[in-house]
Structures are given as structure tokens and as C-alpha cells.
Design a protein around this ligand. Structure first.
Ligand code: DOR
Ligand code: ZN
Length: 409
């Protein structure tokens, strides 16, 4: 396969060259003869890697499953997803982890990896399953995978291989409970206290910690006091706030960690230089589940487009998007063949039309959940084509083909 006339970054400069893919790998960049896909007017990114999605399979498949969730990924320009463990049953035992891998193998249509879940006492299971990453919830969230005592947190930090990412949901349970009693809300201070705890224990144990969905400027900076901290942001904390969107969304605005104030949202933009990755935190729930109080937003089909729109408004540069949504996730999670448009890497390519204007309509989305917190947002910049290891799987912004997803971790 040859992709012709697309623009892309090569060595820090925008170039327009052909990309040759053979046997699923990028075989060359230059000028090539033969049949090709005309990508004139499109900009090419390495296929995006979303390190934080909840695809709900097994057990919660009325919200999403591996098929629908990975189709949503492709539609959003994501060619690799890393899935969270809070399914039913949760991926907290070697057996459940293995069974979940089988499900993904059968149904995923983009490349995938699974995060293993930490509990207060599943140390032998972590050892047995040998996952490449674990997720630890310091505060309770969907699925009730809570590890809130320092002893268990410390033990996981000490036992899990030091160079593998240990992902924390940094909201401190004791602070959440106290705030609930005092103020009836889930404030940003719970995040800052959890970040401090995790960061200090990470320093003590000398390990890599990956802070999921940090929501404030201060939390990002507190995390970064330790040099081996990795910091993720989720799109909703950058594009939505309680003040601006809470009223409009009502019960649909519930997410953990919560949307912050408009002032905190704006400040978070000022921390983006220090942020390492974007995770959509795609956490689909049906409208009925939201009305019943479920927390979480779908995000796979809007995240890149929101950032492209921000690019068009002069708020962010394209190399930041490429770095935080492809290069860094590949490096941090050890996905050696992914994340770059270079010879020898996997032929995963996301082609976007930077000028296309479109309106978000969840009814057109692949996700099963059927709604979006960005409904009717008018955005400039859209995914047009996606290539997964040499297969054209999205064309004209629609999934046109299902190729078999491959396990990456
Ligand atoms: O709002 C959230 N939803 N926060 C989480 O931590 C989990 C997620 C989910 O799985 O629904
Ligand atoms: Zn999450």
C-alpha cells in the first residue's frame, strides 16, 4: 500500500512524501511507483495510542464491548487502546485477565493491551499474570477496585517491576469521605493529597508511577516533583468545566475525578508542557445508567477532534498532539513498533482533514452508549482515514472494514 500526497512531520519539518507499507510495516518514505491511496489535503499522524479506555467487556457489554469500543477507537483515529480492569469480573486475577484477553482476541478490531487491576491483597495474582501495567484506585470509582491503605499501596509499588507503569487513580479515599460529609462534593484537594501520597511512595520505592487524568495545574506539578512520574490528562478536564457545562449536562456531567471550576480548567492548559500523555478515559454508560448516577464520559470519538479544533484556534501545536497521543504512550508502555511514522514501524496511520468543519452527533458514533458530553459542539478538524497495519479501516470518517486487532501488551 502507498499513501500519496499526505503532509506529515519528518525530523521536525512538515513534508509531503509517499508512505509505503508492506506486510503491515512502514517499508519506506519517499517516492514510490504503483497503486496508492490519494491523501491530498490530509495530514498524517502515527496511529494514535489511547492508554486509558474502559471497553466494558466482559460483564457490562450493554454499555460497550470489545467490538463496539475498538470500532469507536478507529473512528476517532486511535489504532491501539489500553483497556482498564474495572470490568465484571474485574481483571484482578490471572484467570480473569486471561479470559479477558481471549475476548479481546476474538472481537477487537484495533490493536489492544490490557491493564491489570490491583486489589488490597492480590499480590500473588499480579505475579502470576505478569501484566505489563497495573491500575490502582486510591479512591473509589466505577467497579469498586479500591486500594486506599498505605500499606497495600506501598506493597504494590515495591513489588511490581519498577520500570513498568503502575497507573494510579489519584483521589484520596479518606479525603473524599471527609469532603462528602463537609461539603457534599468531590474536591480537587482529594486529588492533590493522593498525588502527594503516591509521589512520595514512588520516590521511596524508586518506581515509575503513571498519574491518570490529572485535573489541576497544581496536581501536575506535585506529581512532577518526582522525576519518574508520568502525567496523563483527559480531554474533559481541558474542554469542559463544572461552571461552563455542569448546568447543561445535569446528571450527565458526573465523572471521577469531577469536572473542575472554569478557573481550574483554564489553569490546566498552562500545565500541558509538563503533561506526558492524553488518555480519553473513554468510560461509556448508557443514558439510563447516567440517569441512575453512573460516572464517566465516552471520549474515543471526540478526543483527537477536540485537540484539532484547539489547534485551529491556536491553542496547541500539532507536534504536541503527536507526541502526547502517539510517541509518548508508545515509549511509556513499551510498544516498540508503534507511535512513529518511520521505516520499520507498524503501518498505523491516522489521516486527518485539519480544515473540515463538523458537528458532534452521538447518534452517528460507533460507541454503544449513544450520547456525548460534546453533543452539538462545532469542531474544525476531523479524522478522515485510518490505516491499521496496512489495512484501510476508516474512509471518509466511517469504519469501512474490520481487521483483526493484535495484542500489544
Ligand atoms: O468517571 C469515571 N468512570 N471514573 C473512573 O475512574 C471510572 C470510570 C468508569 O469506569 O466508569
Ligand atoms: Zn478511567
Amino acid at each position: 500500500m502507498i499513501i500519496r500526497n499526505a503532509k506529515f512531520y519528518q525530523g521536525g519539518k512538515v513534508v509531503s512524501k509517499d508512505i509505503l507499507i508492506e506486510k503491515g510495516k512502514i517499508a519506506g518514505i519517499g517516492k514510490f511507483k504503483g497503486e496508492g491511496i490519494d491523501a491530498k489535503g490530509l495530514f498524517a499522524f502515527p496511529g494514535l495510542i489511547d492508554p486509558h479506555v474502559h471497553l466494558r467487556d466482559p460483564g457490562l457489554t450493554h454499555k460497550e464491548d470489545f467490538k463496539s469500543g475498538t470500532r469507536a477507537a478507529l473512528a476517532g483515529g486511535v489504532t491501539t487502546v489500553l483497556d482498564m480492569p474495572n470490568t465484571k469480573p474485574p481483571a484482578t486475577t490471572a484467570k480473569a485477565f486471561k479470559a479477558k484477553l481471549q475476548l479481546a482476541k476474538k472481537s477487537a478490531v484495533c490493536d489492544y493491551g490490557l491493564h491489570f487491576g490491583a486489589t488490597k491483597n492480590n499480590f500473588p495474582e499480579v505475579k502470576k499474570a505478569k501484566p505489563n501495567s497495573i491500575k490502582l484506585y486510591m479512591g473509589e470509582s466505577t467497579g469498586k477496585l479500591l486500594v486506599d491503605d498505605i500499606y497495600s499501596i506501598w506493597k504494590h509499588f515495591a513489588l511490581f517491576p519498577k520500570n513498568k507503569p503502575l497507573i494510579v487513580h489519584a483521589e484520596d479515599e479518606e479525603t473524599l469521605n471527609a469532603m462528602k460529609k463537609m461539603k457534599g462534593e468531590r474536591g480537587a484537594i482529594a486529588e492533590k493529597i493522593a498525588v502527594e501520597k503516591a509521589r512520595l511512595i514512588a520516590e521511596q520505592t524508586g518506581r515509575v508511577v503513571y498519574f491518570a487524568h490529572t485535573t489541576t495545574f497544581e496536581a501536575v506539578h506535585l506529581a512532577k516533583i518526582w522525576e519518574r512520574s508520568v502525567v496523563e490528562v483527559a480531554p474533559h478536564h481541558l474542554f469542559l468545566s463544572q461552571d461552563k457545562d455542569g448546568g447543561r449536562l445535569g446528571k450527565f456531567s458526573k465523572v471521577y475525578p469531577p469536572l473542575r471550576s472554569e478557573a481550574e480548567r483554564r489553569e490546566l492548559w498552562g500545565a500541558l508542557y509538563y503533561v506526558d500523555t492524553v488518555g480519553s478515559d473513554h468510560a461509556p454508560h448508557t443514558a439510563a445508567d447516567k440517569r441512575a448516577g453512573a460516572a464517566g464520559f465516552p471520549g474515543l470519538e471526540t478526543t483527537l477532534a477536540l485537540f484539532l479544533d484547539a489547534y485551529n484556534k491556536g491553542m496547541i501545536e500539532l507536534p504536541w498532539i503527536i507526541n502526547r497521543m502517539a510517541e509518548n504512550p508508545a515509549r511509556i508502555f513499551g510498544l516498540g513498533s508503534k507511535g512513529r511514522l518511520e521505516k520499520g514501524y507498524d503501518g498505523d496511520i491516522t489521516l486527518v482533514d485539519l480544515d473540515e468543519k463538523w458537528t458532534v452527533r452521538a447518534e452517528d458514533f460507533e460507541s454503544k452508549c449513544g450520547w456525548s458530553p460534546y453533543e452539538r459542539f462545532k469542531l474544525k478538524g476531523r479524522v478522515n482515514k485510518v490505516i491499521l497495519r496496512g489495512n484501510l479501516v476508516v474512509d471518509n470518517s466511517k469504519v469501512i472494514k474490520e481487521a483483526k486487532g493484535k495484542r500489544v501488551l
